[in-house]
Every structure is written in C-alpha cells, then in structure tokens.
Design a protein around this ligand. Structure first.
Ligand SMILES: *Cc1c(COP(=O)(O)O)cnc(C)c1O
Length: 444
C-alpha cells in the first residue's frame, strides 16, 4: 500500500526551521512546522531541553558506553520514535481498538508482530509491553494467581527486580523461591533448581538474569518444569538480540512464554516483547491490555517493527556474532589485567567481574572508570558478599569496534583502575578510541 506523505503545513518555511536567538518567546505556539524538522524546532522553541539533548549525545559519543543493557539504536528507529505515531491513541489490538483512526497504526502493529514471530520462530507475539518489566509482570498476570509459588534466580545471584524482589510487586504478590549458581563454577546449579522445584512445586519457573554471562540450558529447564508441572517463563531481556542474530540459543521452542526487551543487544527502542505459544496467546494479550496496561505506544511499536526488520538482516547476524567475539576478547583482556571474571569468561555480550584482586571495591572502581569516561554498572556477585562490575559489548560493537579495540579497552580499564598518575592516560586513550568510532558518524 502507499502511504500519503504528511501534508506540508503553511508555517513550514525555511526561516521557520532556522533556530532564532530570541527562542520564539513572543511567537504563537502553533501551527507546527513540518514534524520532520523536529530538532531544529526544539532548538528554536526550547533551547534549554535541546541543549540537554545535544549534551547527552556528546556524552554518549565522547566516552565508552559499557553498560551491558545499553546500545545505540539506529537513526531509522529514532525517526519512528519521533514521528506523529506518538500522537495516536490505540487501546486494544489491531482490528479491535477502542479508538477511531487506527487503520495505519494497526498495520504498523501487525507488521511488528509478524516480524517478531518470523525473527524468533514464535507462534504468537505481543509487542505492546512498555518495558521488559511490564512484559514479565504481564506474563505473571496471565499465568499466576496471587500467592502462587514461583521459582526464579535469587536476586543476589543475578535475578532481576521482577523475579521476586520484596521492593517489587512480584515479591509482594507471589511466593518466590530463589535458586543460584554453583559456588565453584559460577554456572546455574541445575541440580539445585530441580531439588527446589520438587520441594516447592512452583506454578512457574523463571529463568533469565541481569548478570549471568553464559548461555542458559533451556532444555534442562523445560525438563524440570515438566517434571513438576510448572510453566516455564524465560526472561530473555539480555540475550534476545543475540538470539535474533543467531549468536545465542533460542528459548522459544522450550518456553511457554518468553519475555524480552527490545532495547538491549536487539538495538531497538526502549520497550518490551512477549513471545508465546498460540494456546496462551489470548491470555497473554489480555494480561498486557487491559489487565496491566492502557493504550499502546504506537510510535514505539513502529520503532520495534523497524528494529525487528533490521535484526533480520545479514548485517545484524554479523553484528550479533561480533558482539560475542568482542565479549570474549574483552573478557580475556580483563582477566589479563587481574580482574576475576564470574564463570571465568562469557558466551555473550555480558561480563561480570570482581575487582577485589586489584585491591578495589566496586564503587571506587566505577568512579575511577567514570573519571576516564568509561561508563558501566556495579552489580552483585554470586560468589562473594561484595559487589563487582558488570559490562557489555553491545554498544561499542555497534560503533564498529572489533577484537583489537576490546584488547585496547581492557588495557585502558586496567590503567584507569590502577589509578594514580596514569588516570589521565586512560582518559586520553578512551577519548582517542571513542573519537575513531562515533556512534552517529553523520552528526560528527
Ligand atoms: C533489563 C531486564 C529487565 C527489565 O527491563 P526494563 O525495560 O528495564 O523494565 C527484566 N529482566 C531482565 C533479566 C533484565 O535484564
């Protein structure tokens, strides 16, 4: 079908698009110039916020973004997010909305759903969850009753807030028991998972983590879930992008429900995704809307469709494999710098490391790295009572960096962590590396 281009508004002239020094203080607020002129318009109408946007773009490109959950989404995804689909109310699902005028956004959502199903080999996809947490909570709402027993990775072993934290509604409404990792290997203790499942008879078993760097044995989890008659919910928020690129095992054939984010390795807009079997489709859809959410965010859903389209390309397959190769190279480099890596390395983009061997605590380490413009998180360590560092390679790989740059990053991290006089050398090295790999080259 052909989509008519947005009509050009009368006020959309070249002069209107040029930022004015007077910042439009006396200007009548409407009508709007063409929406494609978004940034110039923001600069003109609200230089304060425009300045923040530019400053943040500079911050992101001036240093190294090693937060494992972050990435640089494409200009195409950003364009969909900044489009007039943001204006549309669309409660319900395609073909069954509570609002008029949904013909085009219905198409966008159908395309997003079809692309997600094809990308992951899923029977059903719901692309409406506003976030990864919203997806997980909707999965619980679909399958569980308040008070039901649930088995998930313990929070201090790498479970997410939505896996039974007392500070989260999951911990308030359901009766969570936590499993952990083997103290020696750092790998999921499947024998313990099975023993706990047999003892607690959970209605659902959740697998997935915020910091586990290895592939999860989904077949093993399926077996355990079947043995005790539990649903298997896979929270693949982190690895789903690797799954899309064929660089990590796909949980879809094993899970009753797969929950995910679209903004981590997958590189789409901030948001959630649920994949499930057709027999659970209606329950999942109702659990998202109207049980736990209102109107769908159609600009984000269109952006998800764009991201799924990008993720289906050979370029993305190469990207996902490079993310893992970079994860391995960075892990090897960090081990050489004396950090103690959880599980001894990684199968993914994600690395969890203890800095105690360097005589540091995690907060001091993060501060020294921040001074060198390296941004990452601290996180709990399964094998020790102290916190460690969590980092990932998704964003730097999007910037075009490869294994040689990962080795360099590990050296720079080592230099920054040792502190003292060499701190400024690390900062200079980071600036040089970041300067060679701008995330949005056209804007440099
Ligand atoms: C990131 C993450 C989430 C939540 O995603 P949000 O979009 O921040 O709500 C849920 N589960 C796991 C395992 C995650 O890593």
């Amino acid at each position: 079908m052909s989509v008519t281009p947005a009509p050009t508004r009368g006020a959309s002239t070249a002069t209107e698009r040029t930022p004015r020094v007077t910042a439009g203080a006396a200007a009548h607020p409407g009508p709007h110039p063409g929406w494609e002129s978004g940034f110039g318009e923001l600069l003109h109408r609200d230089p304060e916020i425009a300045g923040l946007l530019l400053g943040e773009a500079d911050r992101q490109s001036a240093g190294l973004q090693l937060i494992a959950a972050e990435n640089f989404t494409s200009p195409a995804v950003l364009a969909a997010l900044g489009s007039p689909l943001a204006n549309k109310y669309a409660e319900g699902y395609p073909g069954a909305r509570h609002h008029g005028g949904c013909e085009l956004v219905d198409l966008a959502e159908r395309i997003a759903v079809d692309r997600a199903k094809a990308l992951f080999g899923a029977e059903h996809a719901n692309v409406q969850p506003h976030s990864g947490s919203a997806a997980v909570l909707a999965a619980y709402a679909a399958l569980l009753r308040p008070g039901d027993p649930v088995l998930a990775m313990a929070l201090r072993q790498g479970g997410h807030l939505t896996h039974g934290s007392a500070a989260n509604i999951s911990g308030r409404w359901y009766d969570f028991t936590g499993y952990g990792v083997d103290a020696r290997t750092g790998l999921v203790d499947y024998a313990q998972v099975r023993a706990l499942a047999r003892a607690h008879r959970p209605r659902a078993i959740v697998c997935g983590s915020i910091s586990y760097p290895r592939h999860i044995d989904y077949a093993r989890f399926r077996e355990i879930a079947d043995e005790v008659g539990a649903y298997l919910i896979v929270d693949a928020a982190h690895p789903i992008g690797l799954v899309a690129g064929g660089a990590a095992p796909n949980p879809v054939p094993y899970a009753d429900v797969v929950c995910a984010t679209t903004h981590k390795v997958l590189r789409g807009p901030r948001g959630g995704l649920i994949l499930c079997r057709v027999r659970l489709a209606e329950r999942i859809d109702r659990a998202v809307y109207p049980l736990t959410q209102g109107g769908a965010q159609m600009h984000t859903i269109a952006a998800k469709a764009v991201a799924f389209g990008e993720a289906a390309t050979v370029a993305f397959t190469a990207y996902a494999h490079q993310v893992v190769a970079n994860g391995r190279a960075l892990a090897a480099g960090l081990a050489a710098e004396g950090l103690d890596l959880a599980t001894g390395g990684t199968d993914t983009h994600l690395i969890t490391a203890d800095v105690a061997p360097l005589g540091l605590d995690a907060l001091t380490a993060r501060a020294r790295l921040a001074a060198a413009r390296v941004v990452l998180d601290t996180c709990g360590l399964a094998h020790a009572p102290v916190r460690g560092l969590r980092l990932g390679t998704a964003a730097v790989t999007t910037q075009g960096m490869g294994e040689a740059e990962m080795t360099r990053i590990a050296e720079l991290l080592g230099t920054a962590l040792r502190g003292g006089d060499t701190g400024h050398m690390a900062r200079a090295g980071v600036a040089e590396l970041a300067g060679r790999f701008p995330p949005y080259p056209a804007h440099m």
